[in-house]
Write a protein that binds this ligand. Structure first.
Ligand code: SF4
Ligand code: SF4
Length: 247
């Protein structure tokens, strides 16, 4: 029997699910391998009670989301978190850095917040254990297919762990620090082929902090080029408010 797959969207702009619709070339191939029982973006039906693989996009921003995630973890054999909202908090969790609790209290009062079931935005990864991640804002479709394929074949997660500068060098880009601009490639998880830098924009860190990033060394690089740690951290917080980053 083909694995039963559900695609769930929490708080997000659905950009990663839209990216999934952009895999036309391989969609039929993928659909031949799975039983896509529910796709929130594309179906109006209810999510089934039983499934094998759950693909989750977005951050949890309500108690309902938190409860759903816990049910998903109990039900699915495999959980794949896709996109920076689900993996590191992403844009959805910027509100944390902006003082969301004070904002709730100001607009709704504490009773209003409880009545609405709002919680501080949290990445899927910070709420439940996941088996695979596809970082990025939005996800890269090739990487998504690669991860899904590994999941369907029971192979372990192989998301790159090193920072992006090496990939950037192999593309022969001139380093942004040499041009006096702050770039987060020194701390950001590789795997996007240094896309933005190659297109002429500094990396803003959408793939999250690389587990193998040398943060103290990165601080030295930032400071040597005139960017103090506070400024670097404020850039890093764009996509990484669910994780404490210490430079
Ligand atoms: S800091 Fe940015 S521009 Fe410089 S090498 Fe790293 S990724 Fe490339
Ligand atoms: S270069 Fe940085 S911001 Fe751009 S896609 Fe890659 S990780 Fe994301």
């Amino acid at each position: 029997m083909a694995p039963r797959v559900v695609v769930i969207g929490l708080a997000s702009d659905f950009g990663c699910q839209v990216q999934m619709t952009n895999i036309e070339d391989h969609l039929l191939e993928v659909l031949g391998l799975i039983d896509l029982t529910y796709w929130q973006l594309a179906s109006s039906g209810h999510m089934p009670d039983e499934y094998d693989v759950a693909i989750v996009e977005g951050a949890a921003t309500t108690q309902e989301h938190l409860d759903l995630l816990r049910r998903v973890r109990e039900t699915a054999g495999v959980v794949i978190a896709i996109g920076s909202c689900a993996v590191t908090g992403g844009i959805s969790a910027i509100a944390n850095a902006a003082g969301i609790e004070e904002g709730f209290a100001l607009v709704y009062g504490e009773r209003g917040r409880v009545a609405l079931g709002r919680v501080a935005p949290a990445s899927v990864v910070s709420v439940i254990d996941v088996d695979y991640i596809v970082p990025g804002c939005p996800i890269d479709t090739d990487e998504f297919l690669h991860v899904l394929s590994r999941a369907l074949h029971g192979l372990r997660d192989k998301t790159p762990r090193q920072p992006m500068c090496f990939a950037c060098k192999t593309r022969e880009n001139v380093c942004f620090f040499e041009k006096g601009q702050l770039c987060l490639g020194v701390v950001t998880r590789s795997g996007c082929h240094a896309r933005c830098v190659t297109l002429g924009r500094p990396c803003t860190g959408c793939r999250g902090i690389a587990p193998e990033a040398n943060l103290p060394a990165a601080r030295i690089v930032f400071e040597d080029h005139g960017f103090d740690a506070e400024r670097a951290l404020s850039y890093i917080s764009l996509y990484n408010t669910n994780e404490e980053v210490v430079l």
